[in-house]
Design a protein around this ligand. Structure first.
Ligand code: RAT
Ligand code: ZN
Length: 473
C-alpha cells in the first residue's frame, strides 16, 4: 500500500525525503492518489513516466525484447526428420520458402494454368518450382504481396542479400546450416520462446513416427498439439480408421463407441503431451447442429470430457472451405463466414471447458470480440491465414484492444517453413507496435501517466502470458 503523506512526519529520522515520496507516490486526504513520478519495473529498475515522444520507441523496444510463444505453427522439430530427407517434416531453406502454398497460389495469377498447367507445375522438382516462383514473382515483378515481402525480410535478417538474383547462392548458404543450431538461430531472430506444432493424427507418415518413437515430440523448443479435424467433419471415415486400429466403435455411435472414442482421444492427448487439441473447421461448423447429430454427440460426450479431464483447451479455427480449387493443393483452400453464435453456445454450455478460437472471415471479427466479452473461458487468438496481412492485423488488433483491453492473444505465425518465423514475427511486432502506440497516445490525452513497466506487462500478455496462463502451456 502506498503511504499517505500524513503518515510520515518529515522531521522523523526515518522520514522519507520528498524525492523518495514522489518516487513511490502518496495519498492525499480524501482518497486522492498522487501517482509516483517513477515506478519500479519488473526487473527492479526505476521506470520513468514516459513522455509522449518516447512512447513509440519504448513500445517498439519492449515488443522486440518480449519473447513470443507461438501457439499455432506447422513447424516440426528435427526429430521428425527434415526436408532434404524424403518424408522429413521440418521444412526450411529457400526452396521451401518460395514454394509456400501462399506463393504457389500467387504465381498462378501471373502465369495462369493456360500457360503452365497445374500438372506441369506439380511434376517439376521443388527447386524448379522455386525457380519459377522466384523468376515470376520476385524478378520480373515487384514482390509487393505480404507473402513475397516475407521471403525478403527473412533473407535479409538472416544476413543474405535480398537483391541477389541467383537462387543458387542462397541454396548454398541454407545447405550449410545444421538444423539444430539453425532452429536456435531462427528462434533467436524471431524472439520466439516456444513453437507449437500441429500434429495431425490421421496423417499416416506422422502417426507412424509417434508410434515408432514415443519421445519424438520431446524437443523442449517445440510443443505438440493433437490435430483431428475429421473427427467432426468426416465421422464415418474416422469410425473406420478407429475400427482398423482396434477400437470398438460404430458409425451409429451405438455400443461402446462414446467410451472408445474418448479413450482414443485421451491416449493421443497423453502420448503427445498435447498443449491443447486443435481443429480447423468449415464455415458451416455449428453447435448444436441438427444436420450433424453425430458431431454434436462426439463433441459433447467424447471431445469435451476428454479435454476437461485433462484441463486442456479446444482450439477451434473456424471458416476454412477446403479444396475450393483442389488443383492448387494446399493453396486451394478458401474461406467463409462462420457462426459465432455456436462459439457462444459451447462456451455457455460447457463452462468447465476452455476454448481458444480464431476465425478466418473478417466479417466474424467484431461478433467474436463481443462473444469474448461474455465468456471467460473463451480466448481469442491471432489473425489467421488470409487475415495475416498488415492491414487486417492492424484493424483487428485495434478493435480487440478497444473491446477487450489486453485479454486476447495478439498473433500466431502459422509458419509452415521454419525460417518464416523470422518475418512473421517481425511484421507482427511492427503492426502490434503501431496499434499499441496509437492507443497509448490516446490514453495520455486523458492525463494518465504511463510507465515503461505497464507497457512491458501489456506486451508480455499479448505475446505470451495470456496464452500460457489460459492454456497452462
Ligand atoms: O495457414 C495455413 O498454412 C493453412 O494452410 C492452414 O494450415 C491452416 O492454418 C490450418 O491450420 O488449417
Ligand atoms: Zn495452420
Amino acid at each position: 500500500m502506498a503511504p499517505s503523506l500524513f503518515d510520515h512526519h518529515l522531521s522523523r529520522r526515518t522520514a522519507l525525503s520528498v524525492a523518495a515520496l514522489a518516487a513511490v507516490g502518496f495519498n492525499l486526504p480524501g482518497g486522492i492518489r498522487v501517482a509516483p513520478a517513477a515506478d519500479r519495473s519488473d526487473a527492479g529498475t526505476i521506470s520513468n513516466v514516459l513522455k509522449r515522444d518516447q512512447i513509440g520507441a519504448t513500445v517498439a523496444r519492449l515488443l522486440a525484447k518480449q519473447p513470443a510463444t507461438d501457439l499455432h505453427t506447422h513447424c516440426y522439430s528435427p526429430r521428425f526428420a527434415y526436408s532434404s530427407k524424403p518424408g522429413g517434416l521440418l521444412l526450411f531453406g529457400i526452396d521451401e520458402l518460395l514454394t509456400y502454398h501462399y506463393l504457389v497460389a500467387e504465381v498462378f495469377r501471373v502465369v495462369p494454368p493456360s500457360q503452365l498447367s497445374y500438372e506441369q507445375f506439380w511434376s517439376m522438382t521443388k527447386p524448379e518450382q522455386a525457380n519459377h516462383i522466384w523468376k515470376n514473382l520476385f524478378v520480373e515483378r515487384t514482390p509487393l504481396s505480404e507473402a513475397c515481402r516475407g521471403v525478403l525480410t527473412t533473407l535479409s535478417r538472416l544476413g543474405l542479400d535480398p537483391n541477389e538474383k541467383d537462387l543458387n547462392r542462397f541454396r548454398k548458404w541454407f545447405a550449410a546450416q545444421k538444423p539444430d543450431a539453425y532452429i536456435d538461430k531462427v528462434m533467436q531472430l524471431a524472439n520466439v520462446d516456444q513453437i507449437t506444432m500441429t500434429n495431425p493424427v490421421f496423417d499416416d507418415v506422422e502417426r507412424a513416427m509417434w508410434e515408432r518413437d514415443p519421445d519424438v515430440g520431446g524437443d523442449s523448443r517445440f510443443k505438440p498439439v493433437l490435430r483431428c479435424d475429421q473427427l467432426l467433419t468426416d465421422w464415418p471415415w474416422v469410425a473406420q480408421k478407429l475400427v482398423s486400429w482396434g477400437y470398438r466403435v460404430r458409425v451409429d455411435l451405438g455400443g461402446q463407441t462414446v467410451d472408445e472414442v474418448k479413450r482414443w482421444l485421451g491416449s493421443w492427448l497423453d502420448r503427445m503431451k498435447s498443449a491443447y487439441l486443435a481443429m480447423s473447421l468449415p464455415p458451416d461448423w455449428a453447435y448444436p447442429n441438427a444436420n450433424n447429430p453425430a458431431a454434436d454427440r462426439l463433441t459433447r460426450d467424447c471431445l469435451l470430457p476428454a479435454l476437461r479431464e485433462r484441463g486442456l483447451s479446444w482450439a477451434l479455427m473456424i471458416g476454412v472451405n477446403r479444396g475450393v480449387n483442389p488443383a492448387l493443393r494446399d493453396g486451394g483452400d478458401g474461406g467463409g463466414r462462420g457462426d459465432v453464435q455456436s462459439v457462444a453456445n459451447v462456451c455457455r454450455d460447457f463452462p468447465e471447458n476452455k476454448f481458444l478460437v480464431t476465425m478466418l472471415s473478417q466479417e466474424n471479427q467484431h461478433e467474436l470480440c463481443v462473444a469474448a466479452r461474455k465468456f471467460g473461458n473463451l480466448m481469442i487468438f491471432g489473425c489467421w491465414w488470409f487475415l495475416n496481412n498488415p492491414s487486417q492485423i492492424e484493424a483487428i488488433t485495434r478493435m480487440r484492444i478497444e473491446m477487450l483491453g489486453t485479454t486476447f492473444v495478439a498473433q500466431h505465425s502459422d509458419a509452415r517453413i521454419l525460417d518464416q518465423l523470422v518475418y512473421k514475427w517481425e511484421h507482427n511486432r511492427r503492426i502490434i507496435g503501431k496499434v499499441l502506440t496509437e492507443e497509448y497516445l490516446k490514453l495520455l490525452e486523458t492525463g494518465l501517466s504511463l510507465h515503461e513497466h505497464s507497457i512491458r506487462q501489456d506486451v508480455a500478455r499479448l505475446l505470451r502470458e495470456n496464452y500460457r496462463n489460459f492454456a497452462g502451456a
